[in-house]
Design a protein around this ligand. Structure first.
Ligand code: FAD
Length: 398
């Protein structure tokens, strides 16, 4: 355990060395220009960040989820904040899926280049205009033709398409009305975006201000051929993979939220200690300023402990209900705490908190996304805990 803690500290230092090169001005300009942080991401790639959770046999570092969380935390605890960690986080979730569910020959073909950062594996395309949080309603369809599946459908709110070579795509292989169970009939595919975009996939950006330098898009997919061996896991059972892997994603999102939240609170505390409005005292001396900061800090601590418990449950392969409980609870508490921390920091800093050059509002915008619809909404987590943990009847759907 001590050795693992030392390894994690080394990983943190190496990521921090990259992160520290990209200061406030860099992220301000990326925001202003709505420009993906290519230099930053390439720098991370040359430092092996994309291979952190890829096994050594495929050229990765072979670490687990705590190490992946440490990478994302170091990025989120910076002026770029969670928007910066969101520019790369899906690569680490996606690696987890490909390593676990990819066919051996496909893993051999792609993982070494992903680990080296030559191929960016950052697209995770599940959401559809009509499906939203009800994933079983997705209707993008993959029909079998010889050794290929041919996919047609529309995906929306799909991030990082403009700077990704590979992605994971969810489509139905059995229509909902013919599936023996609603949760059956969805399959996951590994998609080569370099071959697909422009030819079989038309990309249209969905403008939003939450993470201005991370693109989010609608994908119009038309007759996209995907080789049969690019199926991830079993045909028709992709929904279960999505559910299982979303726990990993939620735990890693909690990690980013805690890191961003702590960063903004530290920033606000430093500001408050030097800001004098009614001389001679700095605003940090007022309890009206201190208490919300202390309150937000403790809530982040709770989020951090839950995150650790969630990561531990996933790594140990504990019962799926235990994993689901901690991953959802961590995401709910940590992301809400982050949002509260960011808002508290802005209010502490007064007008300067709202100035884009102070970096805090960048954290606040990203925190809004993470606490709201990012990966899963608070409503859906409350539904999960009410029905799955407390055993109350479901209020919606079939
Ligand atoms: C910037 C951004 C980036 C994204 N990136 C990706 C990506 O890369 N890949 C991807 O697949 N998706 C992505 N998404 C999609 C996101 O993860 C959500 O899944 C999606 O936004 C939810 O669908 P919807 O907006 O249609 O909400 P809906 O499902 O229509 O829900 C609307 C509201 O109703 C609530 N609601 C719905 N059902 C219930 C219920 N039963 N009980 C109580 N409340 C309910 C929801 O919580 C929500 O508040 C992204 C979204 C955004 C905004």
């Amino acid at each position: 355990m001590i050795r693992r803690a030392e390894t994690i500290e080394l990983i943190r230092r190496s990521v921090r060395a990259v992160v520290d090169k990209y200061g406030s001005r860099y992220w301000f300009e990326k925001d202003e220009r709505r420009e993906y942080p290519v230099e930053f991401v390439e720098d991370l790639a040359t430092h092996g960040v994309f291979g952190v959770n890829i096994p050594e046999e495929y050229g990765g570092a072979g670490y687990g989820l705590f190490e992946a969380a440490a990478v994302l935390e170091e990025i989120a605890a910076s002026p770029g904040g969670m928007a910066a960690s969101n520019a790369v986080h899906a690569a680490l979730f996606n690696n987890h899926i490909l390593v676990k569910y990819g066919r051996p020959e496909v893993k051999e073909r792609y993982l070494p280049d992903i680990a080296r950062g030559r191929l960016k594996f950052q697209v995770y395309a599940v959401t559809e205009p009509q499906a939203g949080f009800n994933t079983v309603r997705i209707s993008a369809f993959a029909r079998k033709e010889g050794d290929y599946y041919v996919v047609t459908g529309t995906k929306t709110f799909i991030s990082r398409v403009k700077y990704s070579n590979l992605g994971i795509l969810a489509a139905r292989t059995t229509p909902l009305e013919k599936a023996p169970r609603r949760s059956l009939g969805i399959t996951l595919f590994l998609v080569d975006l370099d071959k697909a975009v422009g030819k079989y996939i038309k990309v249209e950006e969905v403008p939003n201000n939450l993470r201005r330098f991370v693109d989010t898009n609608t994908l119009y997919i038309e007759e996209l051929p995907v080789p049969e061996d690019h199926v991830l896991g079993e045909v028709d059972r992709g929904f279960y993979i999505l559910m299982e892997e979303s726990n990993t994603e939620r735990a890693l999102m909690s990690a980013q939220c805690v890191a961003s939240g702590r960063w903004v609170i530290r920033k606000a505390v430093e500001y408050a200690k030097q800001r004098v409005v009614f001389p001679p005292d700095p605003i940090a001396k007022y309890q009206g300023i201190q208490f919300p900061l202390a309150d937000a800090w403790m809530r982040l601590e709770a989020g951090d402990l839950l995150k650790q418990r969630a990561l531990e449950a996933i790594e140990r392969g504990e019962d799926r209900k235990v994993i689901g409980y901690y991953a959802n609870t961590a995401k709910y508490i940590a992301c809400e705490a982050c949002y509260q921390a960011a808002r508290t920091a802005m209010w502490t800093m007064g007008g300067y908190g709202y100035s884009a050059e102070m970096d805090v509002e960048r954290h606040w915008r990203a925190a809004e996304l993470s606490a709201g619809v990012g990966q899963i909404s608070p409503h859906m987590i409350l539904n999960y805990v009410a029905t799955q943990v407390l055993g109350m009847p479901r209020s919606y759907g079939e």
